[in-house]
Design a protein around this ligand. Sequence first.
Ligand SMILES: [Zn+2]
Length: 132
Amino acid sequence: MSADALPPLSAAELAALAHAERPGRCATCAPLVCPGWESVHSAFDTSVLHRVGTLRREDVDEPTVMEHHPRGTHGWSIDAPIAPAFFPYNRCDVWTCKACARPFLRYTEYGGYYEDDRIRQVNAALIDDAQP
Ligand SMILES: [Zn+2]
């Protein structure tokens, strides 16, 4: 599927996905569950996830590199806001577990000499629809 075909999801739609997950522990996605950003370990089987949409906006030429941390969090904080209009959420695609529908965000961080596939579980309570 081309990236362009992914439906863009709003903050409200992302929250709805988070509320639709089946509660409780899920053996299928348990190894991927992480409250803050983590690198996807090469041993993780990401085929248990299904890509359902994106937070990227085709109508934004230069997605901001600013992060949104009004309460003193930082990029790796487990309680950092999930703000779709800000970095790195504005580069994320949205994935759900095929077994329990738990949503995750994923993007690729490009460093000078590396690419890092990162993942974070979506906690509806942290979604923040602030705009840059
Ligand atoms: Zn699951």
